[in-house]
Design a protein around this ligand. Structure first.
Ligand SMILES: Nc1ncnc2c1ncn2[C@@H]1O[C@H](COP(=O)(O)OP(=O)(O)OP(=O)(O)O)[C@@H](O)[C@H]1O
Length: 254
């Protein structure tokens, strides 16, 4: 696989929730414009690691972090980082679709408005472009001013992706984005992830190994807070270097 270089690197990252050591010496380089999956049994630290990448753990006051994370050549864990700006560049899509209780249009326009875009025509353009990129435009173009809460779960999740895209991120973090969706809605999101990697870097946490194998180019296997192995997805699933990885992907635990 051609190497595009890495966009995000964690070096010797350790995270404690109070006394509990949840991430242990994680070093990983996330390839640019690729899909990276994080897999591993429940509680191994996948979501915690994902949340480090856009400083979402700042919201938890018992967290202490050491080590460094470099994004686009800059260290992001220090107090000098503008976290609002960081989260614009590194957006996040959650397990459960969480649209705002407002119109479809306003959901997508929210981020650009917060970041200063007021011109109606410009906002119209951003809303259409983002909904198209999220493969939702055709389904909603005639009801942009209806409530987002009237969309199906799968449509709501694509709306949340459109909302993330509207502020032009470089990386999209996805924390089990399909776990609340049926197989058809899941397939649509998976197709969308495949499209997104042309322009964005995607990091996805998933419980579902088939999904990791289908959508990702690279996979990291985590166990008890450690990154056990990180490699191209085909390598991880066809001939992992570590016995623990092999035991997990063959269903011997987890
Ligand atoms: N806010 C928190 N406060 C205290 N401990 C936490 C908090 N969030 C997570 N943990 C603990 O950190 C460890 C890693 O949790 P995390 O949610 O990152 O794992 P995960 O691999 O994403 O799990 P799952 O697949 O079940 O979502 C777990 O032991 C969990 O209980």
């Amino acid at each position: 696989m051609q190497n595009n270089g890495s966009i995000l690197t964690a070096n010797g990252l350790n995270l404690h929730y109070g006394e509990s050591h949840a991430l242990i010496d994680i070093t990983i380089s996330i390839p640019r414009n690729r899909v990276t999956a994080l897999i591993g049994p429940s509680g191994c630290g996948k979501s915690t690691l994902l949340r480090c990448f856009n400083r979402m753990n700042d919201l938890v006051d018992i967290v202490t972090i050491t080590g460094e994370i470099i994004f686009d050549g800059r260290s992001i864990l220090g107090s000098g980082t503008d976290v609002v700006e960081l989260r614009k560049k590194i957006g996040m899509v959650f397990q459960k679709p969480n649209p705002f209780p407002s119109s479809i249009y306003d959901n997508v326009a929210y981020g650009p408005r917060v970041h200063g875009t007021k011109d109606r025509r410009k906002l119209d353009e951003i809303v259409e472009k983002s909904l198209r990129k999220a493969a939702l435009w055709e389904e909603v173009k005639d009801r942009l001013h209806d409530s987002a809460m009237g969309l199906s779960g799968g449509q709501q999740q694509r709306l949340c992706i459109a909302r993330t895209l509207a502020v032009e991120p470089e990386i999209i973090l996805m924390d089990e984005p399909c776990s609340a969706l049926d197989p058809i809605a899941t397939a649509k999101i998976e197709d969308l992830i495949d499209e997104l990697k042309q322009n964005y870097t995607v990091i996805i946490v998933t419980h579902n190994m088939q999904q990791a194998a289908r959508v990702s180019d690279y996979t990291g296997f985590m166990y008890l807070g450690k990154l056990i192995e990180f490699d191209e997805t085909t390598q991880i699933f066809e001939s992992p270097a570590e016995e623990l990885t092999n035991n997990y992907i063959t269903g011997r635990f987890g």
